[in-house]
Design a protein around this ligand. Structure first.
Ligand code: BEZ
Ligand code: FE
Length: 278
């Protein structure tokens, strides 16, 4: 059989032809789009051989930095806005429902379960005491009893317990009461940098970006018959709200953390869950 003359123009179509027998329809769709976009990217950028190697080296390092404790590829997805894009395509908050945002890398399975009102902070040095309360409701305002609220945050030093190799701290699981209410004590969230000592940190520096996230508390709320909600509450007036390193801020999630008479910062928020489609 005659071997066809190589053609740069026809190369993309040839690669696509080579995967034509892929049985898994979704995989075929994903691979087709990936090949098309990757070739278009290379045609657009026209990398030199050295630049292409540099790109491969960067991805190789990103892999080497990824371990059970550190996920550099997720961090890359976060800092390039891809995590928020995937979230936006998958979670469309209906009228009145609470908006979602990124999960981030610091959630831990099996955080301790606490009674309502408990303090998730174990050390005085964790930060300024804070009281957060509110409710979990459906779109019609009906309270959702027994909703599970999985909550986590960093300390005043800008670090999560897992980053310090510590036992569970500044995280906990609560259940809403019969009127859908919840309440817990924590510390007032502070801004902090995303892990930036690896390849993603170098990318941020090279593109003149800072690694900071505005002050926030993480929530993962689940309840039978409702869509799970992964979100944050951001501190009104906090630094970096307009330039979050992972593009996670939505104005609807920014709330007041006011100083009460007893010296506690207090915040209140009513979460609205969407009904599960199933
Ligand atoms: C976080 O908020 O915990 C976070 C989110 C994305 C990347 C790094 C940290
Ligand atoms: Fe966080």
């Amino acid at each position: 059989m005659a071997i066809r003359k190589f053609s740069e123009k026809k190369l993309t179509d040839e690669v696509l032809y080579r995967i034509r027998k892929t049985k898994n329809k979704r995989l075929k769709q994903v691979m087709t789009s990936y090949i098309k976009h990757l070739h278009a990217f290379v045609r657009d950028v026209k990398p030199t051989q050295e630049e292409w190697m540099q790109g491969i080296q960067f991805l190789t390092e990103t892999g080497h930095w990824s371990t059970g404790k550190r996920q550099e590829f997720i961090l890359m997805s976060d800092t390039l806005g891809v995590s928020m894009l995937v979230d936006a395509l998958n979670y469309k908050a209906g009228a009145g429902a609470t908006e979602s945002t990124v999960l981030g890398p610091f959630h831990r399975e099996q955080a301790p379960e606490y009674p309502l009102g408990a303090n998730i902070s174990k050390h005085l040095s964790d930060g300024e005491p804070c009281l957060v309360s509110g409710s979990v409701r459906d779109a019609k305002g009906k309270p959702i009893a027994g909703a599970k609220l999985d909550i986590w945050q960093g300390g005043a030093d800008g670090l999560y317990d897992s980053q310090k190799g510590e036992a569970m701290n500044l995280r906990g699981v609560f259940r809403s009461d019969e009127r859908g209410r919840f309440q817990f004590r924590c510390v007032k969230p502070e801004f902090y940098p995303v892990p930036n000592d690896g390849p993603v940190g170098r990318m941020l520096v090279a593109t003149e970006r800072h690694p900071m996230r505005p002050p926030h508390l993480h929530f993962w709320i689940t309840a039978e018959g409702y869509r799970p909600l992964i979100t944050h509450l951001f501190v009104k007036g906090g630094k970096y709200l307009d330039s979050d390193a992972v593009f996670g801020v939505k104005p609807e999630l920014i709330i007041d953390f006011k100083k009460g008479k007893d010296g506690f910062a207090t915040a209140n928020y009513d979460f609205v869950l969407m009904k599960d489609k199933k």
